[in-house]
Design a protein around this ligand. Structure first.
Ligand code: PEP
Ligand code: MG
Length: 896
């Protein structure tokens, strides 16, 4: 016979799949000998069977009968007995907690007869009728699906008629009348009378809990939390105990340590003469546990002992729900408790100090997401002057306050004058880079988490909010509107890159001690913390855990850094190299004209001239980068994006030229530029002339960069440094492409070595960012000394999702309807994109054993993805400088 029911006394905490979280923990507490009211759990297997067939399995009825008889024998009472009734609660409890999502029915077993028995036994008539009233109300609402407001209105009406305010002021007679009225509501609304038979009540409540698994809101919650739909819920049937039997009774919730700060010491709330739902409803002020000690010292002592027992057993912060019935403590629920990010770090270290867990376990108890929460400065949520304008996509965390500006030039002008600015654009393009650098934050109306604005902002550690669709940006009027509020240039706004919120005016910012620690070390953070003990404890805990992560991890952590300044920041945060330097950013600003000349050149000689002018500039860029990263690998990627990105916008330029023509003042340069823009226009530039293709089609371009790298390295060697540049070729799809570039690189390397007398052995490798590259990695490894997975483009080309468009366009709907649990641009799609990575790792290493491999797409800084990269055997992850500490932590966790 399938096992559908298990007594609390039979199970344990490791049976969450079968018993749900609540059931497993009730079983564990029972095993520990803690005072749990006896009961049993109907397993998730029963729920799954019901969901599949739409029928309650016949065996379940039989097993419930047997369990009920065992329960009745244990407590010496029978369900619904008219003289001394056993009452039970029926509660849902899935494997993963889904707070408030599912159903509970209390006081099952009461009917017109047993209510009198309860009144006699408890010597409290009011209590008995109130319990019956609650049963009918909950049953009507949750089992029979009757609108709860109808019952609430009847209750209010009764209080009004009696001239009282609180439920507790109603008398036994009032409640008796209410019971009759509630029964009338049930009959009128459902067409059937309130079931008097206790077993019928129980069976109907069990089915209602099963059904609650599939309500719309429960499904929505699961989609959001990525909980599988087919798990089903367990149902816990538990002997009722009452906290509302007078002044020696009560109910409460407690934590074994403070879940907000992590401070040691129990912490909780207690409500005298009340039931659990009253605590949540907040109808009366609760007492602290210290107050409870005064009111009921024995129950308090029992509770403390039980909590200590639980914490010792679970070796973690636990929260509990408990009830005291006439001086006797009952434990109704426990679980490993939720906690804030600071509490997570502090508690983990405290438990190590108390010899309850090891440092390895402490590391697993905290997450990269929690560390990043600690790192970003935040807006002061107690600032009551905040005016929320809108909430959009949180693209790069932080709290930025500055004057709204609408173009790069203005951003730079104001920033140069010392003003903090927030750049507001419909969307950004490489042209905006100067403005983005000058701004403290970036807000765009369009685009998703991997849009240009988002990627660049994350790279620079700029706060960024994207895809604010109801922000109507008018760059000409230099203003944006949200609803009927208009924000003009120069007006201050505040954007929260952790929540996506945009506020009018300046919101107060609170600095983060964890960031001080990460950038400047423990002493600096302790100095900043001054005598704030909580903060001191926190930074010490972060230090201990991160140090342990660094010892534990196998993955190296490098950074995506385009400038010497970024590299320095990354290095201070613990980066062990630069895994990706995107050189295209070096061709912007003043240098654009030089690139324009390369593009417009009519002859090889003209082009060479323009390239020659770029050479010293590039050499200086690389020299600065190599100096900053001295001794550490520095992977420089040859130019990647299509060249038209360096030219003016086609429409803008067409308008300009048309106007010039109309005025009879045509600038021949503009006309020439327009022709070039037209010539280079591509319908699908991301799939067009970019990356290695560009290098092979525009003569001299890659050669210029390779020479600059070689010369910078030679100069650095001559100066006694230890440069470790690596040359990376983007967007390779065929090994032939790489052979061509590699041959050229080796030629130039030999030339520069001969010219300078330096010994140059610069590795040449490539990005794996096209499915074909992944699938032919074995062949590509012939020509590549290393691989770096460009998972941004690999995701784009594997899914066929345009990385710049889809997030704003339809990802919201795709996550809503469950096609995507999370954006594949954020967390690696292990089944598809990840499979390509696995194939490439295996085939690349088979062809070239020990070949170094890493990842430099955005996923390199994503906790879940880092675990995958560890498991698939990569050597390093490379991520934005600000993600480096998170990646260090997660790489450590992945290795445990
Ligand atoms: C990638 O495609 O993952 C990558 C790192 O390159 P980029 O984002 O510059 O295209
Ligand atoms: Mg790429």
């Amino acid at each position: 016979m399938a096992k559908y029911v298990q007594d609390f006394a039979e199970g344990d905490k490791d049976q969450k799949d079968l018993l749900g979280g609540k059931g497993a923990n009730l079983a564990e507490m029972t095993r520990l000998g803690l005072p749990v009211p006896p009961g049993f759990t109907i397993t998730t297997t029963a729920c799954r069977s019901y969901m599949q067939t739409g029928l309650v399995p016949a065996e379940l009825r039989v097993e419930v009968t047997m369990a009920l008889r065992r329960l009745e024998d244990a407590v010496g009472r029978q369900l619904g007995d008219p003289y001394d009734p056993l009452l039970v609660s029926v509660r849902s409890g899935a494997k993963f907690s889904m707070p408030g999502m599912m159903e509970t029915v209390l006081n099952i077993g009461l009917n017109d007869a047993s209510v009198k028995g309860l009144a006699a036994i408890s010597e409290d008539e009011r209590f008995a009728w109130d319990s019956y009233r609650r049963l009918i109300q909950m049953f009507g609402k949750t089992v029979l699906d009757i609108d709860g407001d109808i019952f609430a209105a009847a209750l209010d009406e009764k209080k009004g008629a009696r001239g009282v305010v609180l439920d507790t002021e109603l008398t036994a007679d009032d409640l008796h009348e209410l019971v009759d009225e509630f029964k009338g509501i049930i009959l009128a609304e459902s067409g059937q009378p309130f079931p008097q038979h206790p077993r019928e009540q129980l069976d109907m409540a069990i089915v209602a809990v099963f059904d609650s698994w599939n309500t719309e809101r429960a499904r929505l919650y699961r989609r959001k939390e990525r909980i599988p739909n087919d798990l089903g819920t367990a149902v816990n049937v538990c002997t009722m105990v009452f906290g509302n039997l007078g002044e020696t009774s009560g109910t409460g919730v407690a934590f074994t340590r403070d879940p907000a700060s992590g401070k040691p010491g129990q912490y909780g709330d207690y409500l005298v003469n009340a039931q659990g739902e009253d605590v949540v409803a907040g109808i009366r002020n609760t007492l602290s546990l210290a107050d409870m000690k005064q009111v009921d010292p024995q129950s308090y002592a029992d509770l403390m002992a039980a909590m200590r027992r639980l914490e010792t057993h679970y070796r973690d912060l636990c929260d509990v729900e408990f009830t005291v019935e006439r001086g006797k403590l009952w434990m109704l629920q426990t679980r490993v408790g939720k906690r804030t990010a600071p509490a997570a770090f502090r508690i983990a270290c405290a438990l190590v100090d108390e010899h309850l867990i090891t440092m390895d376990e402490a590391l697993v108890r905290v997450t990269g997401a929690q560390l990043s929460q600690l790192m970003f400065p935040r807006f002061d949520t107690t600032d009551s002057s905040r005016v929320l304008l809108t909430k959009a996509m949180a693209a790069s965390p932080g709290a930025a306050v500055g004057a709204a500006v609408f173009d790069s030039v203005e951003a730079q002008r104001r920033a140069a004058a010392g003003e903090d600015v927030v750049l507001v654009r419909r969307e950004t393009n490489p042209d905006d880079l100067g403005g983005m650098i000058a701004s403290v934050g970036i807000l765009t109306a369009r685009g998703g988490k991997t849009s240009h604005a988002a990627v660049v902002a994350r790279g620079m550690g700029r706060t960024c909010v994207v895809g604010a669709e109801n922000v109507d940006v008018d760059p000409v009027a230099r203003a944006f509107t949200v609803g009927d509020i208009t924000v003009e240039e120069g007006q201050v706004i505040s954007i929260d890159g952790s929540t996506g919120e945009v506020f009018l005016g300046a919101v107060r910012v609170v600095p983060s001690p964890a960031t001080t620690y990460l950038e400047h070390g423990l002493d600096a953070a302790l100095t900043q913390a001054d005598d704030d003990q909580d903060t001191r404890e926190l930074v010490r805990a972060v230090d201990r855990i991160l140090t342990h992560a660094d010892h534990a991890r196998r993955l190296r952590v490098e950074a995506n850094a385009d400038t010497a300044a970024d590299a320095a920041r990354a290095r201070s945060l613990g980066a062990q190299g630069v895994g990706l330097c995107r050189t295209e950013h070096m061709f912007l600003g003043d240098r654009r004209v030089l690139i324009e000349r390369v593009i417009l050149a009519k002859t090889d000689a003209e082009r060479q001239l323009a390239l020659d002018a770029l050479l010293p500039l590039q050499r200086a860029d690389f020299a600065a980068l190599l100096a900053e990263m001295d001794g550490l690998p520095t992977t420089i990627r040859l130019i990647d994006p299509p060249l038209h990105e360096f030219l003016p916008d086609y429409t803008d330029l067409s308008v300009k030229v048309a106007l010039e023509k109309e005025r009879g003042a045509l600038d021949p340069h503009d006309e020439e530029l327009l022709a070039a823009v037209k010539r280079m226009h591509e319908a699908n530039p991301m799939l067009g002339l970019r990356g290695v293709r560009l290098g092979l089609v525009i003569p001299g371009l890659f050669a210029l960069q390779i020479r600059a790298i070689c010369e910078a390295a030679a100069a650095r060697l001559a100066a006694g440094g230890s440069p470790r540049p690596e040359i990376m070729v983007p967007l390779v799809g065929s090994v032939q492409e790489l052979h061509l570039v590699r041959d050229e690189a080796l030629r130039i390397m030999a030339d520069v070595a001969a010219e300078s007398g330096a010994e140059l052995d610069i590795p040449v490798g490539c990005m794996i960012e096209l499915p074909r590259a992944a699938l032919t990695a074995g062949r590509i490894a012939d020509a590549a000394q290393f691989f770096s997975f460009g998972t941004n483009d690999l995701t784009q080309t594997t899914w066929g999702f345009s990385r710049d468009d889809v997030e704003g366009a339809f990802f919201a709907e795709y996550t809503e309807n469950g096609v995507l649990a999370v954006s594949p641009f954020e967390t690696i799609d292990t089944r598809g994109v990840g499979r390509l990575v696995s194939i490439a790792v295996a085939e690349g290493r088979a062809a070239r054993p020990g070949m170094p491999m890493g990842v430099c797409g955005e996923h390199g800084g994503d906790p879940e993805s880092i675990r995958f990269f560890h498991n698939v055997g990569l050597d390093y992850v490379s991520c934005s400088p600000f993600r480096v500490p998170v990646a260090r932590l997660e790489a450590g966790r992945a290795a445990i």
